[in-house]
Design a protein around this ligand. Structure first.
Ligand code: NAP
Length: 344
């Protein structure tokens, strides 16, 4: 391999504050058979890393590890059995962990092409967020033009992508967020509700007296019960997180298991509504090829929407790896609109 410098990565050593991450140097790994080496251009902070530094992510690895849920980069070199034509190409990948590094070895079948005209930072904002938003809207809730939906956390990484994709699909969107984000949300065509000061269920009932066609709930706990109660007949609840219990102690799986138990009961009753817990990783173990083909298809749709200008990257900040503590504080500040992006 050519001399391409050194590896730098951000390590999460244990349960730490935002300034407890460590920058480590090492040798650049070589791709094995079926693999490629990617020079990372952008990764980002997801809610997952906010949970992982508290030891609260559902199935995080043992400490220490390198976080980084997704990345965008350029293929530097290829291992045996991989078409060398992909060298130099810009790609995206969903990694769950490991993305906060200057160089990452990935399986070639994990890569998703980033089209020309979309920058590395723009692309990064929609890898995990775009796939999650697209699949919840179009594979779970199957939204249609003319419907009304409620999106919690409409200013967040997933939320700000989801509301835009919904508007493109002709859907009316009510979104919860702190008041400081309301002007930006209105500009995206969203009717905002302040979840910190308003009674969210009461306000949604005023805005949609007949109920809403879908609710996207990442808050968990009491919020899921309220969300279920706001559905119109035929409506769909998509629960996909437990943000409300981020700072709790005790089992990190229990908040999700409680939601699943409720859903079993709700779905068994003849009420004309349905509830799902969306899991981005569902199906990976059953059929890896189908799983990755679906990611390519869905992220491809999101990138295509971005290229038309109907989906704008929501970038809360772009900070270098050396400022990971500031980046983490920004992501957790309650002031961020969109995705906090990290660059090597
Ligand atoms: N199930 C899956 O497969 C899957 C995949 C991807 C993401 N997710 C989930 O998606 C959610 C959003 O992720 P993200 O990366 O987009 O996060 P993010 O960018 O950090 O955004 C988080 C959003 O949640 C709001 N929020 C934080 N704590 C809250 C609370 N206690 N009650 C109500 N709202 C709260 C924030 O509002 P403020 O700005 O006002 O604090 C912000 O709008 C997370 O819960 C994550 O676990 C799930």
């Amino acid at each position: 391999m050519n001399d391409i410098g050194q590896l730098t990565q951000i390590v999460l050593p244990g349960k730490v504050d935002a300034d407890g991450f460590r920058l480590e140097q090492g040798d650049i790994p070589a791709p094995g058979s079926g693999q490629v080496l990617v020079a990372v251009e952008a990764s980002g902070i997801s809610f997952a890393e906010q949970q992982m530094r508290r030891g609260r992510y559902y199935d995080q690895p043992a400490f220490p590890f390198v976080p980084g849920y997704d990345l965008v980069g350029t293929v530097l070199s290829t291992g045996d059995g991989v078409d060398t034509a992909i060298r130099g190409r810009r790609v995206a990948a969903l990694t769950k962990v490991g993305g906060w590094a200057t160089h990452v070895v990935l399986d070639a079948d994990q890569l998703i092409d980033v089209p020309g005209g979309v920058s590395a930072v723009e692309a990064e904002t929609v890898v995990v967020n775009g796939i999650t938003a697209w699949q919840m809207l179009h594979r779970k809730a199957n939204v249609r033009a003319g419907q009304t939906i409620l999106v919690h956390g409409a200013n967040g990484g997933v939320g700000s992508t989801l509301v835009q994709l919904a508007r493109v699909a002709g859907v009316r969107v009510i979104g919860t967020a702190s008041a400081r984000h309301h002007d930006a949300l209105r500009a995206l065509g969203v009717t905002p509700i302040d979840y910190r000061t308003e009674n969210v269920p009461a306000r949604v009932r005023e805005l949609a007296p007949g109920g809403v066609d879908a609710v996207f709930d990442h808050v968990g706990g009491r919020s899921v019960i309220d969300s279920w109660g706001l559905l119109a007949k035929g409506g769909t609840l998509v629960s996909y997180g437990t943000a409300a219990t981020k700072d709790d102690t005790g089992s990190k799986q229990l908040p999700v298991l409680k939601i699943l138990a409720r859903m079993l009961v709700w779905n068994a009753l003849p009420n004309g509504r349905s509830a799902y817990f969306y899991n981005l990783w569902a199906g990976l173990r059953r059929d890896k090829n189908t799983f990755h083909a679906r990611l390519r298809e869905d992220l491809g749709e999101v990138f295509a929407t971005m290229r038309t200008g109907q989906l704008t990257a929501q970038i809360a900040g772009v900070l270098p790896f050396t400022r990971v503590a500031d980046a983490m504080r920004l992501a957790e500040s309650g002031t961020a609109a969109g995705k906090v992006v990290l660059t090597p």
